[in-house]
Unconditional design. Structure first.
Length: 191
């Protein structure tokens, strides 16, 4: 949150570009990508989950996932919107992105397609390895090409444009006021 409030362009723009490069790498690699959510997986955690080929979740008292940027006055960048639509379906993604819903149970995340399977927390790693091995049984050339075609749109996007889009929303006065109020609210809850 601190990087967003009263941001410095020379810090925020490289940060956003690095985030985009990480997303591009995870989203387009021929290697199978499995994520495991146990606890808080909000914002970037949810984006990384959407980029994965398979998503596991475990019950946890603090379980949360979601793309809640609109709750602080910012629309998600185009690539996050597109990714959510591709994974969740346009209707569910549209509603989720507009309302900034925070998903607080693995069951709800499963029902909307945000995760593929719920497993016991102690089994997350073992199940993740099993899933990766099942993907590994399929020749990478064919599987990788399917993934490449599914995510071809990502290679057409420009990290500079994404960074400028995010900068525009974050640096505007209205966005900064929303963040200022949110930070004040969070500080008052801590006391």
């Amino acid at each position: 949150m601190n990087i967003l409030y009263q941001p410095k362009r020379e810090i925020l723009i490289p940060y956003i570009k690095t985030f985009w490069k990480t997303c591009l790498t995870l989203g387009t690699t021929k290697l199978p990508v499995v994520t495991a959510i146990q606890g808080v997986g909000m914002a970037a955690g949810t984006v990384f989950a959407l980029l994965a080929d398979y998503r596991l979740a475990a019950p946890h008292p603090k379980f949360s996932m979601g793309l809640s940027e609109v709750n602080v006055g910012f629309p998600p960048p185009y690539f996050i919107h597109k990714l959510a639509s591709d994974v969740l379906g346009s209707r569910i993604a549209h509603r989720h992105l507009q309302l900034g819903e925070i998903i607080t149970s693995p069951e709800k995340a499963l029902s909307m397609g945000l995760v593929d399977e719920i497993v016991d927390g102690a089994e997350l790693v073992n199940r993740g390895v099993e899933v990766i091995r099942s993907y590994g049984k399929v020749p990478w050339r064919g599987r990788g090409e399917v993934k490449r075609k599914d995510r071809a749109w990502m290679n057409e996007l420009n990290g500079d444009d994404i960074a400028e889009e995010v900068w525009k929303w974050i640096s505007e006065r209205e966005g900064q006021l929303v963040l200022q109020n949110l930070i004040a609210s969070l500080r008052s809850k801590k006391q």
